[in-house]
Design a protein. Structure first.
Length: 309
């Protein structure tokens, strides 16, 4: 099954390329969505053998419309159980119930502080179990509860720090990688973006990981966020978001095809020159070392016309 996943990855990367997102209709913006429009489950088929990953329909939802979060999440859990690897040894279900109750108390003013540490523990427990079940268990993965909890926590969170593994200096964008496979290859990556209230959680895709996030600026002092993975040519993924306005952050370009030249080991992004260089890993220095000053690919920052060249 792992070989099959690898083949899927290769095909996806070969077919994918670098492109712009010119239409504002395709952009992520600050439009809050009515919770009644939230289609809880969105089944995505990833192979011809009925191997599925079931995602929640993600968006920036108005969770304030829900009268009781505890009842709401209990109803989700009844239909979409959290994948648990060793149920007799795991306390994830008890933790998430406590977590939802704490978020409910916080949003209704009955608790002074947002339960950031508990949210972090729950998301990591869910992601660990989901990943290990997906690696070794049945060929079916239900992401719905974890993604709903992630969206709700993001909506009410006053700060991004405990939601993510890495973030931008302005605390307005960050990344949470949701589990890894048995050989440390990526499973799912989520971007958190600051909105009018809290944050929006965005799934960047299956079988991807973001290993770096950069806060960039162009000559006109416009701000951008680059979500980046340069690990190998098979895992080369870039997503560029432009901060058009305080309440309007949109994806303007992405790239999923690595530049190739000879026997490429990895890539290094020079954020000062906005270029990617071919690189190798130096085990002694524990860092990437560029093998040439030659540019493998360039990032052009120009608002909606930004892209990869």
């Amino acid at each position: 099954m792992k070989i099959k996943y690898l083949l899927i990855l290769i095909v996806l990367f070969m077919e994918a390329g670098c492109h712009h997102k010119q239409s504002s209709e395709d952009s992520d913006n600050d439009s809050i969505v009515n919770i009644r429009e939230m289609g809880i489950a969105d089944t995505t088929t990833i192979s011809d053998d009925d191997e599925r990953i079931v995602h929640a329909k993600m968006g920036y939802y108005d969770f304030d419309q829900i009268e009781n979060l505890v009842s709401f999440f209990d109803s989700i859990l009844a239909k979409h159980p959290i994948p648990i690897w060793l149920p007799e040894e795991d306390t994830t279900n008890q933790k998430v119930k406590r977590c939802v109750a704490r978020i409910e108390a916080y949003r209704k003013g009955k608790a002074q502080f947002f339960p950031d540490t508990l949210v972090s523990e729950c998301l990591r427990s869910i992601s660990f179990n989901t990943a290990i079940v997906n690696n070794h268990g049945p060929e079916y993965t239900d992401m719905v509860y974890g993604e709903c909890l992630m969206m709700c926590a993001a909506f009410y969170s006053p700060d991004i720090t405990y939601l993510v593994e890495m973030q931008t200096p302005d605390h307005c964008a960050g990344i949470f990688n949701y589990g890894t496979s048995y050989n440390r290859q990526p499973w799912w990556s989520y971007l958190f973006l600051k909105r009018k209230k809290g944050y929006e959680a965005i799934c960047l895709g299956d079988f991807v990981a973001v290993r770096s996030i950069f806060q960039l600026e162009d000559a006109q002092k416009r701000k951008y966020y680059l979500c980046s993975d340069n690990n190998t040519s098979l895992e080369f993924n870039q997503w560029l978001y432009w901060v058009k306005g305080e309440d309007d952050i949109r994806r303007v370009a992405d790239c999923h095809k690595a530049p190739m030249e000879g026997d490429v080991e990895s890539y290094y992004f020079d954020k000062n020159r906005l270029i990617w260089k071919y690189a190798i890993w130096d085990e002694t220095k524990k860092q990437l070392i560029s093998t040439s000053d030659k540019s493998a690919m360039t990032l052009r920052l120009d608002g909606e016309r930004s892209g990869f060249e």
